[in-house]
Design a protein around this ligand. Structure first.
Ligand code: ADP
Ligand code: MG
Ligand code: ZN
Length: 495
């Protein structure tokens, strides 16, 4: 029975750092250049060349280490991980083995019900990437070594994760962190963020770890979740039929939704790790750590809490808006558009905060996804969303007209006020003007039956009349005023 088992999961996440140059030479890490052009004798591992550590690599990993509460090792060293593969001309990868720079941190995840759980981090270390093999359908395999020497950090979790869903939550948190810290672009499809999952099962109540299998090649949160789910079921089936799980490395096939064995698991001693004699130890002092700490961008979890406490946003809104740093920035950059004096801490402002949040969550993000663009390239400047909300707030336009203004703003980021003036969209709130229209509509003979209906108690006819009035007013009537006056007139007819 599935219920008798518990899953034990640990993730190894590789994040490609957004430095300008490679880890140990000055070649660019730019993606998409001609194959084998971003190279030099150092990253090709020519004999006699010497690697020189990119200081930004240390700076970036310190950010991540501090943001995850790791202990920072003041003196850490690099090691050579030796293996042969055609995408690795040097024959070894520079990595950290003993004495990694960051250890014993944690990442906090939260369930849908709000239950928080800390996932321990065993270590975060620095290393370099290998090149890429390009398999031409059934013919040749090409080698592109542009990626050789690209700086990576590897974030290794403790086996603290207990479900596929939590593994995906953890990975999302890690992605959120590295993107907030602006040390990695977090693009999983392009491989800037890669994840290997280690999975084992055990009978509930047991404390020793079972034999694990490692799954590679999952390039989306959904795939991570599915692959782990699949692996848990596979292992339970093996154990239930009396077999033993073997330690191996599996590849996930996202199309077929199955995994298959790639190789039996290698052991650390197969790699013949040894301290790299070409690189000096990395020394980090308190002053450096303090400097990184002061310049650290706001932690996403704290930003989310602040969105709730400072802007009174519902938890759901805060989650959506702080999921991506760029969304959160867009929201906060919209606030100065609220008139007259920008952001006021009043109840009225609270409604406007929520309104801005709604515009971003529905209209802005809808267009972002339709056009498949980044919110950073969104055609409407955030401040203009704030201004649009102001126009609704002060009664210049209705929310309905605001939708049209928004569509218009998409064209060339024109100020909402200028669109309203240019198109004559100003909302009519004047009672006299509205009364005239209401009288006209109620006097129409074809509307008699509807009036009868209302008088006999069918309240929903009100909506029909509002529609008629709005049509007559070309959508410019203030819905609140229209409703009030209309009701007054109809009620009077009852007498
Ligand atoms: P390896 O030497 O095979 O790479 P490590 O001890 O370095 O194994 O652990 C790699 C990852 O696997 C870590 O994230 C760790 O938490 C996880 N892990 C280790 N043992 C188990 C296990 N029995 N079940 C699930 N995950 C495990
Ligand atoms: Mg390992
Ligand atoms: Zn180079």
């Amino acid at each position: 029975m599935k219920e008798n088992f518990e899953a034990v999961i640990g993730l190894e996440v590789h994040a490609q750092l957004r430095t300008n140059t490679k880890a140990f030479c000055s070649c660019t890490i730019k993606f998409g250049n001609e194959p084998n052009t971003n190279v030099c004798p150092v990253c090709l591992g020519m004999p006699g060349t010497l690697p020189v550590l990119n200081k930004n690599l240390v700076e970036f990993i310190l950010k991540m280490g501090i943001a995850t509460d790791c202990t920072i090792r003041k003196r850490s060293i690099f090691a050579r991980k030796n293996y042969f593969y055609p995408d690795l001309p040097k024959g070894y990868q520079i990595s950290q083995y003993e004495e990694p720079i960051c250890e014993f941190g944690f990442v906090e995840i939260e369930s849908d019900e709000g239950v928080k759980k800390k996932i321990g981090l065993t270590r975060i270390h620095m290393e370099e990437d290998a090149g890429k093999l390009i398999h031409d359908v059934g013919v040749d395999t090409f080698v592109d070594v542009n990626r050789c020497g690209t700086p990576l950090i590897e974030i290794v979790s403790e086996p603290d994760i207990r479900s596929a869903k939590d593994a995906s939550r953890y990975l999302q948190k890690v992605r959120q962190l590295v993107t907030y810290l602006e040390i990695c672009d977090g693009n999983m499809e392009e491989g800037s963020l890669r994840c290997d999952a280690n999975v084992s099962i055990r009978k509930k109540g047991e404390t020793t770890l079972g034999t694990k299998a490692e799954i590679k090649n999952m390039n989306s949160f959904r795939n991570v979740e599915r692959a782990i789910e699949y692996e848990i079921s596979r292992q339970i089936a093996i154990v239930e039929s009396g077999g033993n799980v073997v330690q191996e490395t599996l590849l996930w096939d996202a199309d077929k939704q199955i995994s298959y064995s790639m190789r039996s698991k290698e052991e650390a001693h197969d790699y013949r790790y040894f301290p790299d004699p070409d690189l000096v130890p990395v020394i980090v002092d308190e002053k450096w750590i303090a400097k990184v700490k002061t310049n650290l961008s706001e932690h996403p979890t704290r930003r989310r809490e602040r969105f709730i406490s400072e802007y009174h946003l519902p938890k759901y809104d805060a989650d959506v808006l702080t999921q991506e740093k760029s969304y959160a920035d867009y929201f906060e950059n919209a606030l100065p558009g609220l008139s007259p004096q920008g952001v006021l801490r009043t109840n009225k402002t609270k409604e406007n905060f929520k309104s801005i949040s709604n515009w971003i969550m529905t209209d802005v993000l809808r267009v972002v996804s339709e056009r498949n663009i980044s919110i950073l390239n969104f055609p409407i400047a955030p401040i203009n969303i704030g201004k649009l909300v102001s126009l609704i707030d002060n009664g210049t336009i209705s929310s309905k007209l605001a939708k049209d203004v928004f569509e218009e703003m998409l064209n060339n980021n024109e100020e909402p006020k200028s669109i309203v003036e240019r198109k004559g969209l100003v909302q009519v709130s004047d009672a006299n003007e509205i009364e005239i229209v209401i009288k006209q509509i109620l006097a129409r003979s074809e509307n008699k039956p509807h009036i009868e209906k209302y008088l006999s108690g069918v309240e929903k006819v009100l909506g029909f009349f509002v529609g008629e009035i709005m049509r007559e007013m070309k959508g410019k009537g203030n819905p609140k005023v229209v409703n009030e006056i209309l009701k007054k007139y109809l009620e009077e007819m009852k007498k």
